[in-house]
Ligand binder design. Sequence first.
Ligand code: GAP
Length: 465
Amino acid sequence: MAEKEKNFEEVTTHLITSGFVYQGSEIYGGLSNSWDYGPLGALLKNHVKDLWLRHFVRGIEYNVQIDPAIIMNPKVWMATGHVANFHDPLVDCKYCHSRYRADQIIHEQKPELDVDGMTQDQLNDVMQSGEILCPSCGKHEFTPIRQFQMMFKTFIGVTEDKQSEVYLRPETAQGIFINFKNVLRTTRRKLPVGIVDIGKAFRNEITPGNFTFRTREFEQMEIEFFFKPGEDDKWFEFYKENCKSFVEKLGLREEKVRFRDHEPAELAFYSKATTDIEYDFPTMGWGELMGIACRSDYDLGRHMESSSQDLTYLDPETNEKYIPHVVEPSFGLDRLMLALCCDAYEVESLKDGADSRIVMHFAPELAPYTVAVMPLSNKLVDEAKKVFDQVRVDYDAIFDTTGSIGKRYRREDAIGTPLCVCYDFDSANDGCVTVRERDSMAQERIAIADLNEYIHKFLKKNQVK
Ligand code: GAP
C-alpha cells in the first residue's frame, strides 16, 4: 500500500481491535489519553526492550543496566531545575474555554516564528496580538499564559503536607545520575562508563494525544554515557552511529526515518549538540522517537552542588580529577512501538484486487508471536497440541483451532506472526508439518523433530545484522 493511503486512525483502530492496545480503564468509561497494552502489545514491547538491551548493553562493553526507583527524594528535582522550570505555557480560550499550549498553537499558526527561543512575555504578546485563532471556535481572545507544572505530585507517608510531597519521575535519566558513584564503586569500572535504565516516566501533559504518541505515563529507555571532558564529539558520533544501527535492526523503512540536528537556537545552554531521530507517521507526519544529546557536566554538576557530595572522577592513569561529561541517548519506547506498528501495517491486495489481507510486516524477531500452531481439523487437536508444546518451550507461540485454515492464516498475518505451522492428516504418517511464511505465503514441509531448529535458523536468517 502506498504510504499516502495509510491512515493513522485505520492503524490505531486495528491495534485496538486486535489486542495490541486497549483503552485505559475502559469498563469505567476510560480515562482520557490512557492506554493499556494487551497481550500482543506486551509481547512486542518485551521484544523491543530485549533487542535494545542486546544492542546497547550486551553490545557495548562500557554499559551496565540499573533499575532505580520511580519516586526519589524531591531534592533530585530541585537540583535539576525540574521543580522551577518543568512547566508548559498554558492558555485558555476566553469564549469556549478550550485549553492549549501557547508554544504549540503559535507554532501551528505561525510556523515562521521561533517559539523555542521565545520568552514567556514574547509568547504572551503573540497570543494577545489577535492573530492567533482558537482552533475550536475561531475566536482570538485568550487568558494570559500560566505556567503549568508537568510533574505529578503525590505524598509519601500518612500526612499530606509540604514535607511529604514527592514527585513521580518525569524522566528515567536522573535515577542514573544520582547512582553514578554507586555504579563506579561497585563495578570497579573506569571511564568511559554507560549506565542504562528502562522504565516508566510520568508527565502531566496539557495536550496529550495522537494515540500513544504523547501520553501522561510512558516508558523510556535511556543511556547516560560518562567520559573525560573533551571527548564529547567522539562519543556523540559513536552513539549516533549506534542509534542508527539499532533503528536498522528494528526494520523501519529507511525513507520513513530521519536524523534531525538541532539548530544552535534550539540547544540548551549546556548542550553542544543534540540530534533527534524522527519517524514519518501516516497522517501525523514527522514525530520525534528519541534524542541524542551532549549534556556536558551539567547534571552531575547540579547534583554535586545540591547534595554536597563529591561526584568527581579521579583518573587512575593521569591522576586528573574532573566531573565527567555525558552523552545521553533517550528513547521513548511507546513511540517506537507506534512507529513499528505504523510501519508494519499493510492492507495487501491479492488476486488482482479481488481479495485483500491485513499484514503486519514486523521484523520476525520483534513480532508478538513468532509461530502459530494450528491443527487442520479439530480431530487433530491433541497431536497438534504436542507440536505447540514443543515450540513454545523456545518461542512465543499461539495455538489456534477456530475457523477455516485460511481464516486462521489471515488472523495471524493481521497480528504479524511470521510463521504458521499446520498439523494435517499426513503429519502422523510422515512426521512433518506445513510451515507457511507470512510475507511470501510460501509453504514448505518440515519434519516435526527439526521444527525448533528450523525456526531458529529462520529468525537468524531474517535478523538485521
Ligand atoms: N532525559 C531526556 C528526556 O527525557 P525528552 O525528549 O523529554 O528527553 C525523551 O524525552 C523521549 O521520551 C522522547 O524522544 C519521546 O520518545 C519520549 N517521550 C517524552 N515525552 C513523552 C510523552 N508524553 N509520551 C510518550 N513519549 C514521550
